[in-house]
Design a protein around this ligand. Structure first.
Ligand code: ASP
Length: 332
């Protein structure tokens, strides 16, 4: 029996047409399928349209609805491909990794830098890679792009135009296409840790703050007054925060005392944070910040949103950041 793969379309460049007012998503999943069918004759492909949006317009409620739909679909299909704009694909891939923990089938996000109707597009290649990963039987949430497959929660968009637009940050690619075909490194796949159930809860009262020299610590109070419950701070280097001329570290402590969850990571994309090395980190740690370690910013924001959607209790929130849920973080 042929394996059944469901392709869910959300839009992005892969399905785009020139509307006369700039590129915008336009092709339906049926039209996309016409192009793809030729390359996957041994599989039974079905498509459905979830939405047709530039991914700048994908919002957290779309993540929750997608998670619910995928949760149903994985009873009927051996694998799922999600066509998505590349700009926010890493956020969606990260959030779906948390919402769909222990998913029993492969869920593979892909997109392209050129529309599938363009004669020299990367779209077909990316779809082919995503479809074959979806048919691999390797469960988990992944992103396929430019002949490589990455864990969804480690994916970052690093180039705005080249075909090699994504990389797997602080974690190796889980599969590559080469003369060996699709070669999957099984030891790198996420481990099943429990029963699967869709966990679509999230809080959108989360802020992403990048430090820069001279930043006014008062911003944390502004956020609190605006009702934000969590902030992910990208600190300097290993995660340091200033405390001499303007005392950001004390502002962080006060924010934590007021009930805000403060997660701190690094502005450096590689190798992650460790706040226990410098005084600039230790002060913040003593003030109660949680550590992001080597998570991508996308995974850190998604994890913070997701965790705050599961619990409001400070101890439980802290526990979630002391464990690796889906291989999103390497805790030293
Ligand atoms: N702006 C597009 C999007 O994210 C870019 C792409 O798909 O490559 O929807």
């Amino acid at each position: 029996m042929k394996k059944r793969i469901l392709i869910i379309n959300t839009g992005g460049t892969l399905s785009s047409v020139d509307s006369g007012q700039g590129l915008s998503p336009g092709l339906s999943s049926r039209e996309i399928l016409e192009e793809i069918r030729m390359v996957s004759k041994e599989l039974e492909l079905e498509t459905e349209d979830f939405c047709s949006l530039d991914s700048a317009n994908i919002f957290p409620d779309d993540w929750a609805a997608l998670a619910e739909r995928i949760g149903q679909a994985c009873r009927d299909y051996e694998g799922i491909v999600l066509i998505h704009g590349t700009d926010t694909l890493a956020y969606t891939a990260s959030m779906l990794s948390f919402m769909l923990q222990n998913v029993p089938v492969p869920v593979v996000l892909t997109g392209s830098q050129l529309s599938i109707s363009h004669p020299v597009a990367d779209a077909m290649e990316n779809c082919r890679c995503a479809i074959h990963m979806a048919a691999s039987g390797c469960a988990g949430v992944f992103a396929a792009f430019n002949r490589k497959v990455m864990l969804g929660c480690r994916t970052t968009k690093v180039r705005s135009m080249s075909f090699d637009a994504f990389e797997s940050t602080n974690y190796p690619n889980v599969a590559e296409i080469s003369a060996l075909g699709l070669h999957i490194h099984r030891e790198l796949l996420p481990k099943k840790k429990g029963v699967f159930r869709v966990q679509p809860g999230y809080s959108d009262r989360v802020f992403l703050l990048k430090l820069y020299p001279g930043i006014d610590p008062g911003i944390l109070e502004v956020l609190r007054k605006q009702g934000y419950k969590g902030v992910y701070i990208e600190g300097f280097g290993l995660g340091g925060m200033p405390f001499v001329k303007r005392d950001f570290a004390s502002a962080v402590r006060e924010a934590v005392e007021e009930g805000m969850t403060v997660l701190a990571g690094s502005q450096c994309p590689y190798e992650g944070s460790n706040l226990s090395v410098y005084e600039t980190g230790l002060l913040a740690l003593k003030g109660g910040v949680l550590q992001g370690f080597d998570m991508t910013a996308e995974a850190a924001v998604a994890k913070l949103m997701w965790v705050l959607g599961q619990t409001g209790k400070p101890d439980e929130i802290r526990d979630y950041f002391q464990i690796d849920l889906v291989r999103e973080v390497d805790i030293p």
